[in-house]
Ligand binder design. Structure first.
Ligand code: ATP
Ligand code: MG
Length: 374
């Protein structure tokens, strides 16, 4: 078996119901388009209906789902909103939702870490920051986990659920905090942030080549702005490093659960296998595997039925039988595709969610999905 850190080793977690009842942080991650955002929202519904006060951080939800969660394009979508219609019974908790805004999250982080308003403004008002914030590689992923940290330490929530940005590689989320530290340690960054005098003396080939190239491509002003930007960032560097470490620790805490979402498509399965390997190798706690969008396996025909149907010729009944065979073949092929993946999940709970013939875009749809998940 793999070295996956199972939640079941820690606190008797055997199902996704246990995960939503006992975790303080849940991250849904997986390949693109498999239902991560939908699963994050449905887990939130399940947790709220088990009495907890939950906030779900969604990233780029489909329009109609965003509407159902009470999130629109306004700036306040980045702050928690109470989702109506989820909790009705006295024993229910509350479901809140927000839409991740990477820029606002970073602005908040900079303001918190800066020693003064002036220091914060030096970073935030720099034209380079304004041009690159939100589009830095990995920034979305880092900001998703940063937002998780902000909400967790506020102490207001029993459970924070974070959805993963649609990225080319689901693994980016796991590496985001280390990547930030790596960036702060990069020789070019180090060379750019040393004091003015030292900077003038610097003969480091990498950074002078870099600046020469930038100057040629973009003109001297942008070089000046870039250098100023990195210098202003250097003032809060200690804070950023410290925070990246805390986030990294939080992601491995005993009340954190990663829920990997996947579909039975070969490409998605390959990526999910890679992700489960990385989760195990980097000691992140796996809370469960959700296999979404799977075709249900039809009940097999009995021997008597097979005999009866042996020579039915053509017609609607024959078409039904053919359809039954086709669906059985497809559903079986999907399950074969998943064998290795399910092994990698070790003892973590595995839940199959069928491919539904309707889109899940409203609260009743999420309540139905939550019931299937837990
Ligand atoms: N079990 C299901 N049956 C039918 N439709 C589903 C199911 N699960 C999710 N969907 C639909 O599939 C679409 C993609 O789902 P979702 O946005 O949750 O995926 P995602 O993994 O978050 O995608 P991205 O990687 O782009 O963020 C949505 O329209 C959603 O309603
Ligand atoms: Mg999504």
């Amino acid at each position: 078996m793999s070295g996956v850190e199972q939640r079941s080793d820690v606190q008797g977690i055997h199902s996704l119901a246990d995960v939503v009842e006992h975790s303080e942080l849940i991250l849904t991650c997986g390949p693109g388009g498999v239902g991560k955002t939908t699963t994050a929202a449905a887990l939130g519904v399940a947790a709220a209906r088990s009495g907890r006060k939950v906030v779900v951080v969604t990233v780029d939800p489909a329009r109609r789902l965003a509407d159902a969660l009470g999130l629109d394009d306004s700036a306040e979508a980045d702050e928690p909103h109470l989702v109506p219609g989820v909790t009705k019974r006295a024993t229910d908790g509350e479901l809140w939702a927000l839409m991740l805004d990477a820029e606002q999250t970073f602005d908040r982080l900079v303001r918190e870490q800066a020693g003064s308003r002036k220091q914060a403004d030096a970073v935030l008002n720099n034209p380079v920051y304004q041009a690159i914030s939100g589009s830095l590689s990995g920034a979305q992923e880092y900001m998703a986990v940063e937002r998780l940290h902000q909400l967790h330490v506020s102490g207001e929530w029993d459970l924070v659920i974070v959805d993963t940005p649609p990225s080319r590689h689901a693994i980016d989320l796991l590496e985001a905090p280390d990547r930030l530290v790596g960036f702060l340690s990069h020789p070019v960054y180090r060379a750019l942030t040393v004091g003015q005098r030292t900077f003038a003396k610097i003969t480091d080939a990498a950074s002078s080549m870099f600046l020469w190239a930038v100057k040629r491509l973009a003109g001297p002003q942008i070089v000046e702005d870039t250098v100023q930007f990195f210098r202003s960032l250097a003032n809060i560097e200690g804070g950023l490093r410290q925070r990246a470490k805390e986030v990294s620790r939080l992601l491995r805490g005993d009340r954190t659960s990663f829920v990997v979402v996947c579909s039975p498509r070969a490409e998605a399965v390959g990526e999910a296998e890679h992700l489960l390997d990385a989760i195990a190798a980097k000691h992140f706690p796996l809370g469960g595997l959700v296999v979404n969008l799977i075709h249900p396996l039809p009940d097999p025909l009995s021997d008597a039925d097979v005999e009866l149907l042996a020579d039915i010729g053509e017609g609607p009944l024959a078409e039904q039988v053919e359809w039954h065979r086709e669906l059985t073949r497809l559903a079986t092929a999907e399950r074969n595709e998943l064998v290795a993946l399910e092994k990698l999940a070790g003892d973590a709970p595995i839940v199959e969610l069928p491919l539904l013939d309707v889109d899940i875009h409203d609260v009743p749809g999420l309540i139905g999905l939550a019931a299937r998940l837990v």
